[in-house]
Design a protein around this ligand. Sequence first.
Ligand code: HEC
Length: 136
Amino acid sequence: MRISHLLIAFTLCLPAVAADSKEALIARGKYLVEEVAKCQMCHTPRLENGEYDKEKWLKGMVLDFAPMKEVKGWHKTSPDLTPSARIWSRWGEATILKYLQTGLAQNGKPADPPMPAYKFSAPDAEAVLAYLKSLK
Ligand code: HEC
């Protein structure tokens, strides 16, 4: 086979590789969100039977727990994290990405409790962002 044929064959493979790696990124983000950070514990409401309301996955909620002692700045609600939510237009992707890596919000301060100050590595923050963007 001539070099030019090899090049064409290689180029034809590229879109498939790109699609694969995007899916892998989203899958990694899903794993980090659901199994490691457990964002759903505070951002997904539950049904009467105690199971998560899959229809409202990561769409924010009125928290179903409170601290035993008073905690300054405690928030009773968590925001919607899905792509149509206000946070995306208010902050933009770059700020959300930075927030996931530093725990510091747009105003340079941590979010109010009980939102944890996550310090994901850059690749992990990218994965979490990709997963959140893939939500409905
Ligand atoms: C222990 C409960 C809890 C967990 C777990 C949690 N959150 Fe939150 N989150 C909150 C609360 C409460 C707020 C509202 C705090 C505020 O407005 O300052 C919040 C706010 C946010 C905000 C907006 C911050 C702001 O200042 O407006 C983002 C973005 C966010 N959470 C993303 C996530 C992601 C992504 C995860 C998982 C990696 C996660 N949260 C896990 C409770 C939680």
